[in-house]
Design a protein around this ligand. Structure first.
Ligand code: BGC
Length: 278
């Protein structure tokens, strides 16, 4: 059962249009406001409609492998497959693993270099024929964690770091995001930090948890020296295994907690951003 509602404000204060009718736990029919979120990563592209009131995926997410090479046209086709899987026809928010300003992708450390300087907003909007919003993947994850996850109700300086193929960052001060901070590319031991301390580095170099935790600790100490955050939120796929490395990290003044939205943070944050953009 589905239907469009007129533009209005939901309980979080954002405007939106897409909505669906769904049965509630008690069996009555309620309106849930939904926007579609897509998380584009170096290895997978995943998406789902997001319930903006709860910050939860409204349906099980659908995932396809990122085409290799990850050229823009091939990735746009994969995004269309994910969105088409749900027969979605409303607004779509998307993440990209690089700097995004004004809908243009400016960097692509772990994606095909054709993305650099591309008007990705125009490309994906034309491919889907739907209103789209594009933002950095870690910024999206941070927005979702601040609203519905580990950063909820947290003021001061909060830094979310995603450890995956690269290291992504989202910096908040009293709940406001400074976009495109790219702290994964700080220099550590003369190297790009993400090549040293991402979870890909752990896998590629077959590092033990203890060895990798020492690298993460040095990286966090460096970020702490620069920003003095009150809270670090550790995200990315590896946050599922936070118990195996967070207890090994010492000497950081800030509180350190794992992200709680896990794999859906990027999808949820992308949908929230698309909703705000309307
Ligand atoms: C990119 C960031 C991205 C991070 C996580 C880095 O290589 O430069 O923009 O957020 O990877 O995907």
């Amino acid at each position: 059962m589905s239907g469009e509602s007129p533009r209005r404000k939901n309980s979080s204060g954002w405007t939106h249009r897409a909505s669906r009718l769904r049965p509630s736990a008690s069996g009555s029919i309620v309106e849930s406001v939904q926007i579609f979120g897509v998380d584009i990563g170096g290895s997978g592209i995943k998406g789902a409609p997001v319930d903006l009131d709860s910050g939860e995926l409204a349906e099980e997410r659908y995932k396809v492998a990122t085409p290799q090479p990850s050229a823009p046209d091939a990735v746009a086709d994969a995004v269309a497959e994910v969105v088409g899987h749900f027969g979605w026809t409303g607004p779509v928010g998307m993440t990209f693993p690089g700097v995004v300003t004004g809908g243009v992708t400016r960097t692509a450390a772990n994606m095909d270099k054709q993305w650099i300087g591309l008007d990705t907003h125009a490309l994906l909007g034309a491919r889907l024929g739907l209103p789209v919003t594009v933002l950095n993947d870690a910024d999206a994850a941070g927005i979702a964690e601040m609203a519905f996850g580990a950063g909820r109700d947290r003021d001061g300086t909060v830094i979310l770091l995603t450890f995956g193929t690269g290291i992504g960052s989202a910096v908040f001060t009293d709940g406001r995001l400074v976009r495109n901070t790219e702290l994964g590319h700080l220099e550590l031991h003369g190297r790009d930090a993400e090549t040293h301390a991402s979870s890909k580095a752990k896998e590629d170099e077959k590092l033990s948890w203890a060895h990798w935790a020492r690298r993460v600790q040095k990286y966090l100490a460096h970020v702490e020296m620069l920003f003095s955050p009150d809270l670090f939120i550790i995200g990315g796929g590896v946050s599922r295994e936070a118990d195996r490395f967070l207890p090994l990290i010492e000497g950081i003044r800030a509180e350190i907690v794992p992200a709680t939205l896990r794999n859906s943070a990027g999808i949820v944050g992308a949908a929230m951003t698309a909703s705000r953009a309307r």
